[in-house]
Write a protein that binds this ligand. Structure first.
Ligand code: PAF
Length: 281
């Protein structure tokens, strides 16, 4: 696996692959890789001749009070995992390579980014859309792989790619969970041993809300409130627990069949998000 730090070198390598007629899959990450990221790499390998992975902790998607400075940076370990996982190229740029000057351009997927995490993290999804768009312009992959754990991010990137006619196909990959049900996340590393024991309740509570709906309960406001309260009682500080239409993450109505329940909650200083999607009869 090659590790490249400049856009110029990245483009030169990808040009060689293209000239040899090879297809390219791309996995963007912020590093501190875990089983969820490695599942993206494994899927990418099945779908394309070459796999490029980026690691860039993107300052544009963090607000000033958020965890940009303490976000775990574990490049040596990540590099070893990618090598082992069979990635062909790691793009590991410094901040000035990506942002030689502060970006003046904003990409806002207006409606989708205003809800859920977007309502609690103003500007976050503009930062995500900007970096994903920039990386797509640098790599120009056939296929972009994103995890379903960041379900709102996935829909926002899908919409941006459609709106801007970016010629990449998007492949989403199911969330990888620990045996307890806890979704793998780089932020799990912030949890204390006690918080780690409580954390799986987030997914268990999503499952419980899903099961209630599948059993016929239809008052989504009441179900959301009750399940958010259950999480509060267990020690979470709940940001939102929303029952939505899967296709656009708008509030679900009785007649909607494809649903996604999204939740964000803090345990101490650690913000966890998760979601579950399912079909109603
Ligand atoms: O999901 C992430 O890790 C990030 O939001 C992404 C897509 C790599 C953009 O920085």
């Amino acid at each position: 696996m090659q590790t490249l730090t400049t856009i110029k070198a990245l483009r030169a390598t990808i040009r060689q692959w293209r000239q040899a007629g090879q297809s390219v899959a791309f996995v963007p990450t912020m590093g501190n890789l875990h089983a969820g990221h490695m599942q993206l790499v494994t899927t990418a390998k099945q779908k394309a001749d070459r796999v490029a992975v980026s690691i860039f902790v993107n300052p544009a998607q963090f607000s000033p009070h958020e965890d940009f400075n303490r976000y775990p940076r574990t490049e040596a370990q990540d590099q070893a995992m990618l090598q082992e996982g069979g990635a062909d190229l790691l793009f590991l740029p410094g901040e000035t390579e990506i942002f030689p000057q502060p970006a003046q351009t904003r990409i806002t997927v207006a409606e989708l980014a205003s809800r859920h995490c977007g309502a609690n993290r103003p500007g976050h999804f503009d930062g995500v859309a900007l970096i994903v768009c920039k990386l797509l312009n640098m790599v120009q992959p056939d296929l972009l792989l994103l995890g379903e754990k960041d379900c709102q991010q996935l829909l926002i990137v899908r919409r941006m790619v459609a709106d801007l006619n970016i010629p990449a196909e998007i492949q989403s990959v199911p969330t990888v969970r620990e045996a307890s049900g806890l979704a793998h996340s780089s932020r799990n590393g912030y949890l204390s041993p006690h918080e780690r024991q409580i954390a799986p309740l987030l997914y268990q509570t999503l499952c419980s809300a899903r099961d209630r709906i599948l059993a016929g309960a239809a008052d989504y406001t009441a179900i959301s409130l009750e399940h958010a309260q259950n999480l509060q009682q267990a020690g979470f500080s709940v940001e939102y627990f929303n029952i939505c239409r899967a296709q656009d993450l708008q509030p679900a109505g009785r007649d909607d069949k494809q649903l996604t329940i999204l939740a964000a909650a803090r345990l101490g200083e650690t913000r966890l998000i998760d979601n579950i999607s399912f079909s109603k009869q």
